[in-house]
Design a protein around this ligand. Structure first.
Ligand SMILES: [Zn+2]
Ligand SMILES: [Zn+2]
Length: 375
């Protein structure tokens, strides 16, 4: 059934249960709620839900498109005349009418349909919408990058007709009014104007038997899985644009883009500052006082040995170059190692004696502090 003919028979406002003057926001909200309730995945044993779901989807496809909604309203307003006119359409496919025999009525319809088309509604090639999806990554995956899958539900290429819009076993045929060009010329005195072909709506092709699943649009609402490559070094909150992975276009229009918003989970021991990775490593009092090698884990899954000098205070940070995050095409960050002195909580008698011996030679470290407090 041609889209325009279906418009005459179906009240999309009633199908969605919204008022005729409902705001775009309300239409979207209502549609989302219905789509969730009626989604075939949620009603595996209820074929009537699937029917309703398709009905709701096609209603939304029209009412969510401002230009198309205006055109729909206008076609509905012209109701009875339009009904008679629609019945005269040959084959029930495409939009075919010969304005020369219709006089004023023809002009009226010509203006309604053509206006819609020139604004990019109706059957013009229209680009697919951009989509946004969320992706949750572990910290290490965000550092190293990975290829993964994003699951989303929305408009996708109709699987019944592979997006052609033609019923299986049939193919769209070249429009004989414009010979596939999609435009016709109007001679007006000295000038010649090109306008979208009224027979095929500018597509250059006519679908004689529309696909029963998508009604000839070539799209259907369904869940799909998209393979995405996430580059190394992505940050929490970053938006990655994947060109051409959005919703498919209509009637040969280009696909939209997919924007993946990355959410990075916190790691138990590693943190991130720009392209540097931070880690806090405990050291004993003896290591702090005497210095020595300490083993430090890295985001590459191995360890590095860091030599700390004698007399290292707790909280001091050391830099290990090249062991941070390396976003593609950018210099590698560093591993920033902060040492934290650990204080033993239960000393043996022997240890206690050794510490007491050490304390006997201590110089009060707060003498300067107290002195400066009054100045
Ligand atoms: Zn289809
Ligand atoms: Zn044509």
């Amino acid at each position: 059934m041609a889209a325009e003919r279906e418009w005459l028979e179906k009240d999309y406002y009633k199908i969605l249960g919204v008022a005729k003057d409902a705001a775009a926001k309300e239409i979207t909200k209502t549609y989302r709620k219905l789509a969730r309730e009626l989604h075939p995945d949620a009603n595996p044993d209820d074929p009537s839900a699937e029917e309703r779901y398709k009905e709701v989807s096609s209603a939304y496809a029209v009412l969510s498109d401002e230009a198309k909604r205006k055109e729909y309203d206008e076609v509905r307003r012209l109701g009875p005349m339009a009904g008679g006119f629609g019945g005269g359409m040959p084959g029930g496919g495409g939009v075919r009418f010969d304005t020369s025999n219709l006089g004023d009525l023809g002009d009226l319809f010509g203006s309604v349909f053509n206006r819609g088309r020139t604004r990019g509604g109706a059957t013009h090639a229209t680009p697919g919408a951009d989509i946004e999806a969320d992706l949750h990554l572990s910290f290490l995956d965000s550092v190293q990058g990975l290829t993964t899958k994003v699951h989303l539900t929305g408009q996708a290429t109709c699987q019944t007709c592979s997006g052609s819009g033609a019923a299986p076993g049939t193919s769209p045929v070249t429009c004989n009014a414009c010979h596939g060009r999609g435009a016709v010329d109007d001679d007006q005195g000295f000038f010649s104007f090109s306008r979208p072909c009224p027979q095929c709506g500018g597509r250059g092709q006519i679908i004689e038997s529309p696909c029963g699943n998508c009604g000839g649009v070539g799209l259907e609402h369904r869940a799909r899985e998209i393979k995405v490559r996430i580059p190394a070094g992505v940050n929490d909150g970053q938006r990655i644009r994947l060109r051409g992975k959005g919703e498919p276009g209509r009637y040969g229009g280009p696909r939209g883009d997919l924007y993946v918003r990355v959410h990075v989970a916190k790691h138990k021991i590693f943190g991130r500052k720009k392209n540097n990775v931070t880690v806090t490593v405990p050291i004993t009092f003896a290591e702090a006082a005497l210095g020595g090698p300490i083993t430090v884990p890295t985001v590459d899954g191995d360890t590095v040995t860091l030599k700390i000098p004698a007399g290292t205070p707790s909280g001091k940070t050391f830099r290990v170059k090249g062991r941070g995050v390396t976003p593609s095409g950018k210099p590698a960050g560093s591993l920033l190692v902060t040492v934290a002195g650990v204080v033993p909580t239960d000393l043996s008698d022997e240890q206690r004696a050794a510490v007491e011996q050490l304390a006997a030679n201590d110089v009060d470290p707060r003498t300067a502090l107290v002195g400066e407090a009054g100045s």
